[in-house]
Design a protein around this ligand. Structure first.
Ligand code: BV8
Length: 226
C-alpha cells in the first residue's frame, strides 16, 4: 500500500496540491523542497520546515490512519509505504512504516549524512550538528535526491510481490513512488485507488473508490470484516 498527502488532509495537514497558505502562498513546494533552494537560502528553507513541523506537531491522526492500523491486523501481510513525512502513521500505531521520502521531524547532518543532534550553540543562527558543527537539514528526500536505499529496496520488493496494491491519497505524479503501483500491476496485483479525485493512476486502477480516505478506509475495513 502507498499513502500520500491526501490521507493526512483530514488531519489538517495541507497537501502539496493545496495552495500554500500565509507567507508561503507565493511559493511552490517543488521549488522549496530541493537541495538547490537549501544551498541558496538555508534560512528560508529552515523557516518553511519549522513552520511545517509546528503544524504537524499540532495535528492528530484521523480515521483513515486508524483504519490502516486495523487493516494490518485483518490481512495476512501488509506493507505500508508512505510518501508523507509527517510521521502520522507511526503516531497512530502503524509499525514497519517505510518512509519513502523521510521524516520532517528528524534532523540530518548535511556533511555526514547521518541523523544528528543539534549543537546547543550555533554560529550561523541555523541548526548545526552537535558532532561536527556543520549545517543540519531536515531528514527528508528533496526533489532530485535519491530515495533512501533501504526504503527503495523494501518498497520495491513489496510492490512486486503483492496481491492487492492500495494507493491512498496520492496524485501519483511524483516518481519513483508513483512507479510502485505500475510495478505491482505488472506483477499481477489488483490496483485499488482511494482518492477524492481521479489521478494519473485512475486509468490503471481496477477499482477507484472516490471519496475522503477518512470515510472510505473504515468502510473498506468494515466490508473486509464482513
Ligand atoms: C528522484 C519530501 C532522481 C520533501 C517529497 C524533472 C526534474 C527533476 C526531477 C524530476 C523531473 N521529472 C521527474 C522528476 C523526478 C521527481 C518527480 O517525480 N517530480 C515530479 C514533480 C514530476 N522525483 C524526484 O526528484 C525524486 N527523486 O527522482 O531522484 C535521482 C535518481 C538517481 C540518483 C539521483 C537522483 C524525489 C521525489 C521526492 C520529493 N520529496 N517530499 C518534503 O515533503 O518537504 S515529494 C512530496 O510531494 C510529498 O512527499 C509527496 O510525495 C509529493 C506530493 O505527492 P502526493 O502525496 O500525491 O500529494 P499531492 O498533494 O500531490 O496530492 C494529494 C492527493 O490526495 C490528491 O490526489 C488529492 O486528490 C488527494 N486527496 C486530498 N484530500 C484527500 C485526498 N485523497 C483521499 N482523501 C482525502 N481526504
Amino acid at each position: 500500500m502507498l499513502t500520500g498527502a491526501g490521507i493526512s488532509a483530514e488531519s489538517g495537514v495541507p497537501t502539496f496540491r493545496d495552495a500554500q497558505t500565509g507567507l508561503w502562498a507565493k511559493f511552490r513546494p517543488e521549488d522549496l523542497a530541493t537541495p538547490e533552494a537549501f544551498n541558496r537560502d538555508p534560512k528560508r528553507i529552515w523557516e518553511w520546515y519549522e513552520w511545517r513541523r509546528e503544524l504537524v506537531r499540532g495535528v492528530e491522526p484521523n480515521a483513515g490512519h486508524r483504519a490502516l492500523v486495523e487493516l494490518a491486523n485483518a490481512v495476512p501481510r501488509l506493507t505500508l509505504v508512505t510518501q508523507n513525512v509527517d510521521g502520522l502513521h507511526q503516531r497512530t500505531g502503524s509499525t514497519g512504516v517505510i518512509e519513502y521520502h523521510g521524516n520532517i521531524l528528524r534532523d540530518r547532518c548535511s556533511a555526514e549524512g547521518t541523523i544528528a543532534r543539534r549543537s546547543s550553540l550555533s554560529i550561523t543562527g541555523l541548526p548545526e550538528c552537535a558532532r561536527c558543527g556543520e549545517l543540519l537539514r531536515p531528514d527528508v528526500v528533496w526533489f532530485g535526491e535519491s530515495i533512501p536505499r533501504h526504503a527503495a529496496l523494501e518498497a520495491g520488493a513489496a510492490a512486486a510481490d503483492c496481491d492487492v496494491f492500495l494507493s491512498i491519497g496520492t496524485a501519483s505524479v511524483v516518481y519513483p513512488a508513483a512507479g510502485l503501483a505500475e510495478s505491482a500491476q505488472r506483477s499481477g496485483a489488483t490496483i485499488i485507488e482511494v482518492n477524492t479525485e481521479s489521478t494519473a493512476l485512475t486509468p490503471l486502477a481496477d477499482f477507484s473508490l472516490r471519496g475522503p480516505s477518512g470515510e472510505i478506509l473504515p468502510q473498506l475495513l468494515q466490508a473486509l470484516r464482513g
